[in-house]
Design a protein around this ligand. Structure first.
Ligand code: PGA
Length: 262
């Protein structure tokens, strides 16, 4: 029922183009480009009704972009807030844009926990992306303990408020709701829980960006797979997915994409 109503809403408004985004994390050798090549070929068989993105390790951005064609977007997984300078080992949004990245994931929970990246830093990264003409995908989510304490909505709103850029156009910002306990675990919140959190995020985006906030894409991430994608993508205010494990194989990734354009 919920799905039918939502699809009708999406059809009537026709406002938001779904984004199916793959986060390869620290997986991907040159040989993995075969999967991206297969993805670009498979995309030709689907109507061009949703955006498709892969964020590989940065070493693969250039060769992936070279083979991507017009249907596959290529992105990166983090960036430094400064444009250039003495920051050994880092990559700026400008460098990533020059390499061919059109999106950058910022504030992923693995960056927040492994690299101590706080929301203020994530906001600086988001500003850096906008300066370089890149769309940031800002990740936010609650821990299992926060969920158990009933703090999911407050946590998501608090983190997101501090992480998003001060100004954004609807097409230059993407938000991803990724409950920490659902990442890589096979666990997924109920449809109602996803709808509630995405609804709260939508309200915050409208508060911050007025009408433009209605069109900013909100992705769901955390154990999205071919088997659950159709159901999740049909939930109101779910405008796509950020997919880790299931994005590594073109067959799985395209099975998810297929549900988005069905
Ligand atoms: P997962 O990862 O799909 O493997 O759960 C999602 C993410 O961390 O972006």
């Amino acid at each position: 029922m919920l799905g039918e109503r939502t699809n009708l809403f999406k059809m009537v408004t026709g406002m938001v183009r779904t984004l199916i985004a793959g986060n390869w994390k620290m997986n991907g050798l040159k040989s993995s480009l075969e999967e991206a090549k297969k993805t670009t070929q498979m995309l030709q068989d689907f109507p061009d009704k949703a955006d498709c993105l892969i964020c590989p390790p940065s070493t693969l951005v250039v060769p992936m972009k070279e083979m991507a064609g017009d249907r596959l977007h290529v992105g990166a997984q983090s960036c430094h807030p400064e444009a250039s300078g003495a920051f050994t080992g880092d990559l700026s949004a400008e460098i990533l844009a020059d390499a061919g990245a059109s999106y950058v994931i910022v504030g992923h929970s693995e960056r927040r926990s492994e690299h101590g990246e706080r929301s203020a830093y994530v906001q600086e990264q988001a500003h850096a992306c906008l300066r370089a003409g890149i769309t940031p995908i800002i990740c936010v989510g609650e821990s299992y303990a926060q969920r158990q304490r009933g703090e999911t909505k407050d946590t998501v709103v608090r983190i997101l408020r501090k992480s998003v850029p001060t100004l954004a156009e609807s097409e230059t910002l993407v938000v991803a709701y990724e409950p920490l306990w659902a990442i890589g675990t096979g666990l997924v919140p109920s449809n109602e829980e996803i709808a509630t959190v995405h609804g709260v995020i939508r309200e915050l985006l409208i508060e911050l960006y007025q009408d433009r906030g209605r069109e900013i894409r909100i992705l769901y991430g955390g154990s999205m797979k071919p088997g659950n994608a159709a159901e999740i993508l049909a939930i109101e205010n779910v405008n796509g997915g950020l997919i880790g494990g299931a994005s590594l194989k073109a067959d799985d990734f395209m099975a998810i994409y297929a549900t988005a354009v069905a």
